[in-house]
Ligand binder design. Structure first.
Ligand SMILES: *Cc1c(COP(=O)(O)O)cnc(C)c1O
Length: 356
């Protein structure tokens, strides 16, 4: 191995959670990875240590100006006991694009993936195997120089934590109800919409709470300028089946370039299903609904993989999609992607990376 990390074993390992009652992101494993960055020295001192609280200076830049980024991917254990990561190099590449936007130093892609592998290997017993469960991997970087002026930090921490998770939505593959947000916006051209950073989420909480209060699980965001083009769903990318074509928003700066989104497009192309990355207005979707051409909608993201949408609310228009049931394209995509991720299907795309 090119990289060596020191390992301090946790002297007090925790009891593993019951796989039947796992929720999303509430339990954490026995270890975490930490590595420091110092201007002039670069990334150094990568180490695996017992999971636990951090000690940070209250003046750390992250607390005041949100210089922070995060990633998300999953590890699965196959029936024959192999530990599989799904396309981790794409997370490494996206990390560097996010870092560039937020003036966080670049990180070597191999270092990023090797750190994940080393940590997952130590806590491999935490990977749950029940259908719909996985070990969620959360790499993130925080600016921790103690300094209150506004400029890029000279010191950072790259941290990875692991969380055994159940389905992202309590109902699993049960279709969700979405509210089309026409007041708040998530991203604008030239902003940070395509960067995976906490700031985007802090700004989205209010819209999500208001949608929850109205009885909707998530938001479908419209573009920040015209509030006209459909963009994304909360923590995932949005797909619409209109007639015989699957459409999703293009990656033009305001959309998070999802790895699941990229995988969905590749699989659809391989299966010969028409797919287009193009700007689509909410009015086009409402019209397609009225014409009986709005066949399916689903969201794609690491947490839920594929999440079917059963109801879409835009102003006074309440669209019930595919009788509120999961559609055939969403089901096939879920089966294919989840099958590859868990090693049940042959990985003919070369997407999985084994942790040995
Ligand atoms: C992470 C994320 C996604 C999904 O990306 P995946 O790589 O598929 O998990 C979509 N939208 C937003 C806003 C995200 O943060």
């Amino acid at each position: 191995m090119k990289y060596e990390f020191s390992i301090t074993k946790n002297p007090n390992p925790k009891k593993k959670p019951d796989p039947d009652t796992l929720r999303f992101g509430t339990e954490f494993t026995d270890h975490m990875f930490i590595m420091d960055y110092q201007e002039g020295e670069g990334w150094h001192d990568g180490r695996i240590v017992p999971y636990g609280p951090l000690s940070l200076d209250p003046a750390a830049v992250v607390f005041h100006y949100a210089q922070e980024m995060f990633e998300g991917l999953k590890a699965y254990k196959s029936e024959d006991g192999r530990v599989l990561l799904f396309r981790p190099y794409m997370n490494a590449q996206r990390t560097n694009r996010t870092n560039d936007r937020l003036c966080i130093p670049q990180i070597d892609e191999d270092l990023f993936v090797e750190a994940i592998k080393a940590l997952v290997k130590i806590d491999a017993d935490w990977i749950p195997q029940k259908e719909g469960t996985a070990l969620y991997i959360r790499p993130f970087i925080i600016a921790d120089e103690a300094f209150l002026g506004v400029r890029r930090s000279n010191h950072y921490k790259f941290i990875i934590i692991l969380s055994p998770v159940g389905p992202y939505y309590v109902g699993g593959l049960t279709p969700t109800k979405l509210y089309v947000e026409d007041k708040y916006v998530r991203a604008t051209d030239g902003g940070t919409g395509e960067a995976k950073c906490g700031g985007n989420y802090a700004a989205s909480l209010k819209a999500q709470e208001e949608a929850h209060a109205k009885g909707y699980e998530q938001i479908l965001w419209l573009d920040g300028v015209h509030r006209k083009y459909v963009e994304e769903v909360g923590t995932s990318n949005a797909f619409f089946v209109i007639g015989d074509e699957v459409v999703t928003a293009p990656l033009d700066g305001t959309i998070l370039p999802g790895i699941t989104r990229n995988s969905v497009i590749a699989i659809l192309k391989k299966k010969g299903i028409k797919v287009a990355e193009r700007k689509t207005t909410i009015d086009e979707i409402v019209q397609a609904y009225k014409d009986g051409k709005f066949k399916e909608m689903f969201a794609s993201g690491t947490a839920a993989v594929i999440s079917p949408v059963g109801e879409l609310r835009y102003k006074d228009e309440d669209m019930i999609i595919n009788n509120g049931e999961i559609g055939p394209i969403a089901q096939e995509l879920y089966d294919t992607i989840y099958g590859i991720q868990t090693g049940k299907l042959p990985d003919d795309m070369g997407w999985t990376v084994e942790v040995k």
